[in-house]
Design a protein around this ligand. Structure first.
Ligand code: ZN
Length: 123
């Protein structure tokens, strides 16, 4: 298990994520929220994601079925993580928030069809 640290832009929110196999199953989602967020995400079990600082700065956005919880920093606005609607025992997190990651260098990012809930394409 490898632990990586991450933060929002203003560093109010810092977190740690435990990765069993590094950064894998990277995806973008095409739902109406994610296409505007345009983040590359990965998922971990909720117990593998810990907010270290800034809990009070977290805001949550809910929409549609209001099951998923989309967390973002109330100061700088950056999306950090979300509790998934499909699997509430997992958090998705913003790969670009991980220290030292350049999202433009990531390959093997899959497009997740959030409107039909299926994987549609790889690139
Ligand atoms: Zn922030």
């Amino acid at each position: 298990m490898e632990t990586k640290s991450g933060s929002c832009h203003c560093n109010s929110i810092t977190f740690e994520v435990d990765l069993a196999n590094g950064l894998e199953n990277l995806r973008r989602c095409n739902c109406s929220l994610c296409k505007k967020k345009n983040a590359i995400m990965a998922c971990v079990p909720v117990e593998h994601f810990r907010i270290l600082t800034g809990k009070n700065s977290l805001s949550v956005y809910k929409w549609n079925t209001r099951v998923a919880e989309h967390f973002f920093c109330s100061i700088c606005g950056i999306y950090t993580h979300h509790r998934r609607r499909l699997n509430p025992m997992e958090y998705g997190f913003n790969v670009a928030c991980i220290d030292g990651i350049d999202p433009n260098e990531l390959t093997n990012v899959t497009i997740f069809d959030g409107t039909t809930l299926s994987l549609v394409a790889s690139k």
